[in-house]
Each structure stands twice: as structure tokens, then as C-alpha cells.
Design a binder for this molecule. Structure first.
Ligand code: ATP
Ligand code: MG
Ligand code: MG
Length: 553
């Protein structure tokens, strides 16, 4: 590890180590297994793992699974795969649900101390009675039950005597506190639902705000890092650690969550897209999930560089999606084989080229990285070029093919257009060109110059391929996405052109392309071989990112 950039949490860690307050840094990444990880989670993963590793500490992967209705082992497995793919190795692998017995005992301690009570009010009544910022809360008529009655009722809650919602356990703190979170928050509820890990062992479940500090304390987490929304929860976090008499004392620190333009960044909303089949699963290449980005062709290196660049701060901001694109271009620039693909084919017959002849031409694999060597590509009488590289009536400064004009075929010869064929609808379907044998690429020919260079593939040898071109899923380019926001407006804002599937050709050597292999298609951009739809002999390519960007870091 070369050392991470400085940030306020890193400074706190350094101070804590220097003062001896902390002997070893222990962090955790605590996802709830209710969906797949997204790029926002990558920020938290990198921060937690890098912070600990840099100072000889440890990082746990902990599943915060206290909400059985929404959680599933499918998500547990996907999350493990994604964290490992990003390049991080966890020290401990834990489930909050493995601490349920311990949490129950700690809740009993609160009851014994007169700091928790069983309440019969409904969730709605409790919410109303808690008041607002400007209006104080009202005490529940059940607030002053005796320790003995509370202990008995809580045991009966565990025993399964009550229906969902019939009773809750609340911390007894201060209904007049200016911090609404301290107005007797609910810490246990009755939920008769099968749990992915504990099965039917429990029918009461701890609330997140109660469970989380206990989980951190049990694991000896020193720096519990979360997003800014939890800042107001910190007093309750500290209250729980203290009043539950936890032996180890963790501290919570908050940082700004990642928001990206045009990007939905909430598992709940991403799940909606999956459930309503607006996308092809959690790993749809348009999804900001780590599995979607992986299938799109993003690399762990690019994602880590991006996260490093955006940094860690305490003020929320919106990051331009083009910044992420910048880092994948940077990562693939010297790594990806540069090859030719024709996405919208137009046939060209080279009328003066011998029939039945094929020659092999030399092509560099990456002009910026000579170490990648070269390959041979076939050339013969019929080739494909892009439809856009020919115009019957070109405007000024159009330097590609039109009747009478000459261009360079990348890695091959100059060709000149003499004629074209149209179909019944008036579309140009074939060009007739001649080539000049003197102009062969690499021959040093310089008797005359052409202004346009276009790409092509040999018609006889080309491999048919499918190209999947992507635009953002969400139309609105000014908004990122936090929790909340209106459901309707989010689903109404889907971009109908977010996926376009077209059929074209790639070079013959691409028959062998393996899933997840990445290429730069000359003039088009970077593409990844789709692992789901590619079959032998017919690759499917996902557009990772186009060539150009106006964005500078
Ligand atoms: P979502 O709102 O998408 O459901 P979450 O916060 O509910 O996310 P968790 O599984 O609880 O999801 O998150 C695990 C960790 O990832 C938490 O510590 C959380 O703070 C962090 N995290 C989630 N989203 C972001 C984000 N956009 N930027 C930075 N960190 C994030
Ligand atoms: Mg959460
Ligand atoms: Mg959430």
C-alpha cells in the first residue's frame, strides 16, 4: 500500500495511535444484505479497508442483518464476491445475527437499570408522540412500567406471545430532548419472519440504531465510519455503548456519501429497477452496482482510482459521472488491445483487387504500448466500413468517403470511391472503390496525402458480433440520488435509449475473445466481452466508454 491521501478521518486515526488511545485500528464494512453493492459502497469499502491496512489494523466484513424480511443469502454471497473483486481481504467475517443472544442480554441490562420499557402503542402512535424538531414529544402511558413487568413482558415478546407490532421495547431517555433520536427510540420489535441466518430462532429483532453500536463494541471496532445522515444518531450510539456496559468503546465518525450525476444510488431503488424488469438484473451493465460495472467492463483499479480522487469529506456533493469514465479510460489505455470493429456495416468492393486473393497486413496492438506487439489482419476484395464514413453529398470539411474522394484504410491502403449502389428505399448499400497498391501502410509512401483515416474489417473473415451501446439509465442530468425522492418521478425519468443493440463485425482474431476481455475499438471506444450473452464464435460487446471526453480531472 502506497499510502492513501490525507483526510480528516485518517488524521483522527493518526492522533489516536500517537496518543495511545488506540493500540490497533479496527474498522468494519457493514452492509445490510438486502441488495447488491453499488459504487457508493465502494467509497466506504476503500476507506475502511485502506485506513486499517495502512496502519497495521484489521477490517471486518460484517453483515448487518437485523431486518429479516428484506435480507437474503443471495445478497450475502454477491457482497462477498464484490468486496473480494475490488481487491480487499477481510479479517473477520461476521453476522449481526450471530450476536442476537448478546444483544438480548444487553437489552435486559437496560431494563434492569430502568432504562428501557415495553410499550403497547402502535408504530403510528409512537411516531406521532415523538414530536418534531419544534414540538416536544409526549410520554407514553406505558413508560413507567416496573422493571419486573418490563422484564416479564420482554421475555414474553421473545417467547412469541405477541403478534407483529403489538409490543415494542423502547429505550427510556428523554421525550423532551432537542434531538428527536433520543426521544425513547424503539430498540426491539416483534417480527414473525424467517431469518436467512437464524431461521425461526427469533421473533423479536433489534433495531439498527441499537444493534449497530453493540456489534461494533463486540468486535472491538475502534473507528466506526458511516455516512452523514447518522450524525444525529451519534449521541444515541454513545448512550447504548455506555448504558449497555460494553467493555470496548467504539467511536462513530461520519463522512459524506457519494452521489453521482444521473445515477440512482440506493439499494431500494435499484431493487425496484430489478423487480420491475426495467433492467437485466442487478448486474445489468447500466446499473451502478459493482456487479453491473464489472459486467460493463470497469476494472477494480479504475474504481479504486476514482474513489481515491474524490476523497473523503464532511460535506455532501455531487460527482460528475464523467469522472468515473475518465478513470476507466486511464486504466485501459495501455492495457487494452486496439482493434477494429464495424458497428454499422456498409460493404465496399475494391474493384481492382484480385478476386480470390487474401493478404495479411501487420497491425500494432497498442500504438501507445509497443510491448503489446502486433497482429496480422486479413485484407481482400470485399470489406466493411461504417455507414457514417460515406456520404453521397458531403458537407464542407467532410474528409471521409464520397464519390471521387480518397481515404486511408487504417493499417492497409488508400482507397478511392468511384460509385455506389442504392436499394429500393434509396439507402446506399454498397460502394465501389479502387485501391492503390503503392500506398500500403508501412511502405513509407508519401507522394500524396489524404485527410481521412477510417477503419474497416475484411468481409470474408469478419466475425459477426453484437454491440450493446449504453446511455445513462436516468434522464435528468442535474440530480444524483440520495435516499428518499419520489418513487414516481424516479421511474418516470428512465431514459428510453439507455440500451441500444446493434449487429456488426469484428476482426477475425476476435473469435477467441473471452468473457470480460477488454478492447479498444479504433475510433469507437472501449468495449468489454459480455459474460452473460457471449457464445462461442459470436461475441457480445458492452460499450464501457466512448473514446472522447471533455472532462479533465
Ligand atoms: P443504500 O442507501 O443504498 O441502501 P445503505 O447505507 O442502506 O445504502 P448499507 O448496506 O447499510 O447500505 O451500507 C453499508 C455501508 O456503506 C454503510 O456504512 C454506508 O454508510 C455505506 N454507504 C452506503 N451508500 C454509500 C454512499 N453512497 N457513499 C458512501 N458510503 C455509502
Ligand atoms: Mg442501511
Ligand atoms: Mg438504505
Amino acid at each position: 500500500n502506497k499510502g492513501t491521501p490525507s483526510n480528516f478521518i485518517k488524521n483522527i486515526v493518526i492522533e489516536d495511535l500517537q496518543s495511545g488511545k488506540v493500540k490497533q485500528v479496527i474498522t468494519r464494512f457493514p452492509p445490510e444484505p438486502n441488495g447488491y453493492l453499488h459504487i457508493g459502497h465502494a467509497k466506504s469499502i476503500c476507506l475502511n479497508f485502506e485506513l486499517a491496512h495502512e496502519f497495521g489494523g484489521r477490517t471486518n466484513l460484517r453483515f448487518d442483518d437485523t431486518n429479516p424480511a428484506k435480507e437474503d443469502t443471495e445478497y450475502v454471497e454477491a457482497i462477498k464476491e464484490d468486496v473480494a473483486w475490488l481487491g480487499f481481504e477481510w479479517d473477520g467475517l461476521f453476522f449481526a445475527s450471530n450476536y442476537f443472544e448478546e444483544m438480548y442480554k444487553r437489552a435486559l441490562i437496560l431494563i434492569q437499570k430502568g432504562l428501557a420499557y415495553v410499550d403497547d402503542l402502535t408504530a403510528e402512535q409512537i411516531r406521532e408522540a415523538r414530536g418534531t424538531l419544534t414540538e416536544p414529544g409526549k410520554e407514553s402511558p406505558f413508560r413507567n412500567r416496573s422493571v419486573q413487568e418490563n422484564t416479564e413482558l420482554f421475555e414474553r415478546m421473545r417467547g412469541g406471545e405477541f403478534k407483529d407490532g403489538e409490543k415494542v421495547l423502547r429505550a427510556k431517555i428523554d421525550m423532551a430532548s432537542p434531538n428527536v433520536n433520543l426521544r425513547d427510540p424503539v430498540i426491539y420489535r416483534v417480527v414473525h419472519t424467517h431469518h436467512h441466518n437464524t431461521g425461526d430462532a427469533w421473533c423479536i429483532y433489534p433495531m439498527y440504531a441499537f444493534a449497530h453500536p453493540i456489534e461494533d463494541a463486540i468486535e472491538g471496532v475502534t473507528h466506526s465510519i458511516c455516512t452523514l445522515e447518522f450524525e444525529d444518531q451519534r449521541p444515541f450510539y454513545d448512550w447504548i455503548v455506555r448504558e449497555c456496559e460494553m467493555e470496548q468503546v467504539p467511536r462513530q465518525y461520519e463522512f459524506a456519501r457519494l452521489n453521482i450525476t444521473n445515477t440512482v444510488m440506493s439499494k431500494r431503488k435499484l431493487k425496484q429497477l430489478v423487480d420491475e424488469q426495467a433492467v437485466d438484473g442487478w448486474d445489468d451493465p447500466r446499473m451502478p452496482t459493482l456487479s453491473g460495472l464489472r459486467r460493463r467492463g470497469y476494472t477494480p483499479e479504475a474504481i479504486r482510482s476514482f474513489v481515491r480522487e474524490i476523497g473523503v469529506s464532511k460535506s455532501n456533493s455531487l460527482v460528475d459521472a464523467r469522472m468515473l469514465e475518465h478513470f476507466i479510460r486511464e486504466d485501459l489505455k495501455l492495457k487494452a488491445l486496439r482493434t477494429m470493429a464495424v458497428l454499422k456495416p456498409l460493404k465496399v468492393v475494391i474493384t481492382n483487387y484480385p478476386e480470390d486473393q487474401t493478404e495479411l497486413l501487420e497491425a500494432e496492438n497498442n500504438t501507445e504500448n509497443p510491448e503489446m506487439g502486433s497482429r496480422q489482419i486479413p485484407f481482400s476484395r470485399e470489406i466493411y466500413i461504417e455507414q457514417d464514413d460515406f456520404m453521397e453529398n458531403p458537407p464542407n470539411k467532410y474528409f471521409r468517403l464520397f464519390p471521387g474522394n480518397e481515404v486511408r484504410l487504417k493499417n492497409a491502403y488508400f482507397i478511392k470511391c468511384h460509385d455506389f449502389v442504392k436499394d429500393e428505399q434509396g439507402n446506399v448499400v454498397e460502394l465501389h472503390c479502387t485501391y492503390d497498391i503503392e500506398t500500403k501502410s508501412g511502405s513509407g509512401f508519401n507522394a500524396r496525402k489524404v485527410k481521412g483515416t477510417i477503419h474497416w474489417v475484411d468481409a470474408k473473415h469478419a466475425v459477426p458480433a453484437e454491440f450493446r451501446l449504453y446511455e445513462p439509465l436516468i434522464m435528468d442530468d442535474t440530480q444524483g440520488d440520495n435516499e428518499g425522492g419520489e418513487e414516481a418521478s424516479f421511474l418516470d425519468n428512465l431514459n428510453p435509449n439507455s440500451l441500444k443493440i446493434i449487429e456488426g463485425f469484428v476482426e477475425d482474431n476476435m473469435k477467441e475473445a473471452k468473457p470480460q476481455e477488454k478492447f479498444q475499438f479504433f475510433r469507437h471506444g472501449y468495449f468489454n466481452v459480455d459474460p452473460k450473452y457471449t457464445v462461442a464464435g459470436r461475441p457480445v460487446f458492452n460499450l464501457i466508454v466512448s473514446m472522447k471526453s471533455s472532462f479533465e480531472v
